[in-house]
Design a protein around this ligand. Structure first.
Ligand SMILES: Cc1cc2nc3c(=O)[nH]c(=O)nc-3n(C[C@H](O)[C@H](O)[C@H](O)COP(=O)(O)OP(=O)(O)OC[C@H]3O[C@@H](n4cnc5c(N)ncnc54)[C@H](O)[C@@H]3O)c2cc1C
Length: 472
């Protein structure tokens, strides 16, 4: 890409343009997943919606590949490409309407940055479980978090978006304006444009909430998962959580005998008064006993960071996932067996309960459906050395294959690596996919926004196949 071409863009673009050789180039092209090593021709540091529009128009007119960078946590690495990156990270404004309990969030915020502001008002919305994750990619996938059984997915709380479409126009999409686009934006990822701001409904939460983890040795895995399953069949909406099949870290809160060994963490949160949480979580805390009981009142912002240490950036990542039809004894046996076979101590299997508010929204309300599954299994293969790619990727694939008969066939796309077009189609199911493809035909027929879990336009123009991010 000749630098001269980008002078055309300069006339409209007011942010910074970063090229190879710039002191911040390597830092800015880095994403969460260390496997990704893309070298963009230009990183356009967008400060305003007009900057984003200029970048989109420039990509369209020059024919350069385009990607949109929110928080860089997509494990597919599609935030970066070898063309032009619309880097939205400078767009970090948060505007709170305390009376209306709403927030307007800039598309470059992380969840930690967003939560810090909403908590000043004692408010929150379901957000990512790791505070460094971008708000943008998470919401566009639908947004799963600790509060979801009480308040629904993040997308269930989305009131409107401001976005730049493939023709470079800045539009609003909501229930009342461009409602079709709004339907697709809630679960359809970044397929229809670059979102510059999200308007979200907020709820009173905290500032102190009850949460933490109960830790058990791996040989109690089947009993813990069975207890967890039975508890969530009746649990109040306020209780959120996950079972995490992990390797116990060498941390002071872990008994010496368990450090570095396979372990089961029951992560629990309560979206309500601490005293009510104490009694709601009692049946689980009484079980075991756990090797460590780390459940305590804490600031909501701390709860939102409690699994950060287990999910550092800079590791190599291959993820898979699937919604379970039921958490049967056979599934529990498969999960516990594969847990012990994990080749890396960084790898995890999360079993996340459904139900509550997320199950009360009709499947066709928005692009993301799959509301009735009782549990979502998320397999996070994470390791350090490139030489170990094969074994770690194979582990995640084998685990997913062994769960195959127990899965609904749908998947939450934010939780998986690039697994091909068929997987994207099956994530939505035929009806929603057909509707998404109609939208793609209308809003992005040339597939300009293709660096993502891609919904192809039906004409699928030559040369517009989704790029496979370069791996390093
Ligand atoms: C450590 C970790 C923890 C996570 N925890 C959760 C969790 O608790 N719940 C959950 O639901 N997900 C979780 N995820 C998955 C997360 O939702 C996705 O990775 C999501 O894509 C991250 O958003 P981002 O903006 O950081 O990603 P990016 O990598 O910047 O973007 C991913 C893709 O989203 C699209 N995109 C991003 N921003 C925009 C925009 N403004 N406009 C249009 N398209 C855009 C682009 O197609 C881009 O390729 C987690 C991921 C990680 C790495």
């Amino acid at each position: 890409m000749a630098r001269a071409d980008s002078t055309i863009m300069r006339t409209k673009f007011k942010g910074d343009l970063v090229y190879p050789g710039h002191p911040r180039y390597d830092d800015l092209r880095t994403v969460f997943n260390q496997m990704i090593d893309q070298r963009p021709a230009i990183i356009a540091r967008c400060a305003t919606p007009s900057d984003v529009a200029a970048t989109v128009r420039f990509a369209r007119d020059s024919g350069m590949p385009l990607s949109v960078y929110g928080g860089g946590h997509g494990v597919t690495g599609t935030a970066v490409c070898d063309g032009i990156v619309a880097d939205l990270r400078p767009m970090k404004d948060v505007v709170i309407d305390q009376n209306a309990r709403t927030a307007r969030a800039g598309a470059g915020l992380t969840w930690g940055e967003f939560d810090a502001v909403t908590q000043l008002h004692g408010l929150a919305v379901t957000g990512g479980r790791v505070s460094t994750t971008g708000v943008a990619g998470l919401i566009l996938g639908s947004g799963s978090g600790w509060l979801e059984r009480k308040f629904g997915y993040t997308a269930d709380n989305l009131l409107s978006v401001e976005m730049v479409t493939a023709d470079g126009e800045i539009v609003t999409a909501s229930q009342h304006e461009n409602a079709d686009l709004f339907w697709g934006t809630r679960g359809g990822g970044g397929n229809f444009g670059a979102v510059t701001a999200f308007d979200l409904r907020l709820h009173p939460v905290g500032p102190t909430v009850l949460g933490g983890m109960l830790l058990y040795p791996a040989d109690l895995g089947p009993a813990v998962l069975t207890r967890f399953r039975d508890f969530f069949a009746q649990a109040p909406d306020e209780v959120g959580g996950a079972v995490a099949l992990i390797t116990a870290p060498p941390a002071p809160f872990v008994p010496d005998s368990l450090q570095g060994r396979p372990a089961i963490g029951m992560v629990l949160t309560y979206a309500g008064a601490v005293e009510d949480g104490e009694s709601a979580l009692r049946p689980l805390r009484d079980f075991g006993p756990p090797a460590a009981d780390l459940i305590a009142p804490m600031p909501y912002t701390q709860l939102q960071q409690m699994i950060n240490p287990a999910n550092p950036s800079g590791l190599r990542n291959y993820w898979s996932a699937g919604f379970l039809r039921e958490l049967s004894d056979d599934v529990i046996d498969a999960l516990c067996g594969q847990h012990l076979a994990a080749p890396s101590p960084f790898s995890q299997i999360l079993v996340i309960p459904g139900g509550g508010a997320i199950a009360r929204v009709p499947d066709d309300r928005m692009a993301f459906g799959q509301r009735q599954a009782p549990f979502n299994v998320h397999v996070l293969s994470m390791w350090t050395d490139q030489a170990e790619d094969g074994g770690n990727i194979a582990w995640a694939r084998q685990l997913s294959a062994s769960l195959g008969p127990f899965l609904t066939g749908r998947v939450y796309l934010n939780y998986i690596a690039d697994q091909g077009e068929d997987r994207v189609r099956s994530a939505y199911g035929p009806q929603a996919y057909a509707r998404l493809q109609e939208l793609k035909d209308r809003y992005d027929p040339q597939n300009l926004f293709r660096s993502n879990q891609n919904i192809r336009p039906s004409a699928d123009p030559a040369g517009a196949a989704p790029p496979r991010p370069r791996r390093g």
